[in-house]
Design a protein around this ligand. Sequence first.
Ligand SMILES: [Zn+2]
Length: 740
Amino acid sequence: MKDVEWWKKPVRVFQFNLEDPYGFFIKKFDAETLVNLARRMRANVLVVFARDAWGRRLYLKGKVAPHHPRLTEKSCVEKLVEEARKFGIKVVIMVAHTANKYMYEKHPDWAQVNAKGEIIVLEHIPSEFKIRSPQWPLLCINSPYIQYLEEEVSESIKATNPDGVLLDSFRYQPDFDKACYCDYCQIAFTKETGFELPEEENWETMEWREAWKWRYKVVVRAIARLRNVVKKHNPNLVYMYNNHPAGWAGRANKVVEDLRDLLDVVFAECSEADHQPPGFISEMVRLTKAMSGGKPVWASRNAFYMYRTVMSATPIIVKQGLREALIAGGSPWILFFSSTLTQDPRVLDAVAEVYKEIEEMEDYLIGLEEVKYVGIVASNATRDWYGKSNPAIYVDETRGFYYALVNQHIPVGFIADKDLDDVEKLSQYSTVILANTACISDKSIEALKKYVEEGGGIVATYQATTLDIDGVDREDFGISELLGAHYEGILNLPWSYVILKKNSFKKVHNIVPLGDIDYAFRNKRSEEGLANQVKAKVESEKVKIIGRMAFATADYGFEYTLGRSTPPIGIETMEPSIIVSDDKVFYFSFQLGRHFWRIGHPDYLNMIVESILYVAKNPPPIETNAPETVEVSLFKRDNELYFIHLLNHTYNQRILSIPIGACRQVLPRYSQPYAVHPPRRVDPISNIRIKLKLGKDWEEAKIVLPLRKAEKKVKIENNEISYTLPILNEYEAIAIEKTY
Ligand SMILES: [Zn+2]
């Protein structure tokens, strides 16, 4: 275990962002101070800018970029690396951002420009404003800027001698408003594809489709090119990229999938965590793990709350956020801005508490693999070619499944398109979920057939497998044989229903409404497409129909103003809505995951859970009576060690609200809908029972609570072990070791 490279072990990261063009803070955070802060928090990796988004370098010996006007001997990155090394702290430099104000002013012709002629920017600008003198304009990686970046990367490595290089904000998007149409791009695109860059977003033209694919190629190529510069200096330098999994329309997840062999570590920026569900950071770690083919994933928690960089977040949300990264198999990363550290550094102790835990448990944590049980396909092809400019309609379907399973403590992970054609990888899962996985390759279909033949279960929804990997219509389900049914198109319905056969689900009411109101409320009353159902033609004896389609009485209900309510059930049909084929494949003709994600009703949750367990090859490896607010994850190392994380999200009530949308004759709001409160305290949970299935040859084991230095020996019977944790405060780890 000892010869594992440092970056493959769980690390404890401290990112310090000096976003400070005039240098208000630069003297305050000199090298010595930063290293002391890292030590105080027990961080072992420091991440800092070698060049900022304004275009200023933060190391002294250089000439490619101008140095920050207030840079000194004491605050330069050279000094920081020297100081950090004294204490075994690694330093990762952030460099080569596409945002660069200085170079934009020097070379406005290198800027990324969209089809409307607007400069593409990293920052958010109010929608009615014209973009003028941007702070963080993005420069184009098809322009000579890429050579500039190569020189910058090379020089910054030579000057600072870091342990790793992170491309933090390296952005070149395929989406229309953010897609570059500069002269360099126009020429390169035509030269490489023979087409001209399309003037409008039209998914049915060859130009648009080719341009979409080409833009990924451009960014992947540039990242590969900068990698060469890094590795030429020193092959041991760790090369990292920030995929910001829930930002940038999720597109950078595809960049990671394409680049998985060239990246050493992926940084999953989770800046959305404060307005996402508890467990969001775990979700992003698992998603990024899948995209990168299992590379180390380091995921961030901000030290501040929402956008209030001058105020520390609550200690509890910081601690639980850092632990979320850990319990999903990632490494935690705290992000501090200078203003937080200056004005309100209260969370330093909270970080230190968690980093100390991880340090103490390190020997257990190295080499752990999450136990696989349910795999949700997270398809970049579907997000792009099916979701197109509205990826949420697909992504929400996968997130609904994910959160239903996490809430019920059923081990769950994600599967990337690239791994879906690998039967060996699939066979590690008891159930594979095709949550409206519309796009799928022929090879993956063959792999799924094999997987089911070997006992695996599938749950599929809505338009799953109806398109090929490039989004071309199959005019049938790709897995029609497995489903015992054919695809006959979609019924576009503002609302609809499913009537369940008696006793088909244990915990679901027999009438299930589909659809929801449209919160934008502009020219329709119900959410576009949400209540649609696929017409599935059952043509096999092995298929059981357990739910049938019904229509609503009207286009909207009358029981609430403006037709915002659900219309009651009307005509019941014989059309199948839910089928089970050969007890191995469950199919829902509607968007089950999206309903659960959006509405959260237990009927949708129970349909998800019951269907998955019904078709699963094996029962879940772990069972517990913990409440939904406790996140449980299960890891193992060989057949020697099981490791369980329990993270308690039992918080004070969070305020969450959404606007109902404007209408005519509008009145002012009674209260604004922007309130988001953080967790302030955790309520402990007592007597959590855990039952775990073990490998065949376990006779005796040792149960260890590494953070309490407590252990006891137990005899194993029927390859199963039971344990009751007397009390769970914020977090607990349980190791179960084989003894002889
Ligand atoms: Zn360009």
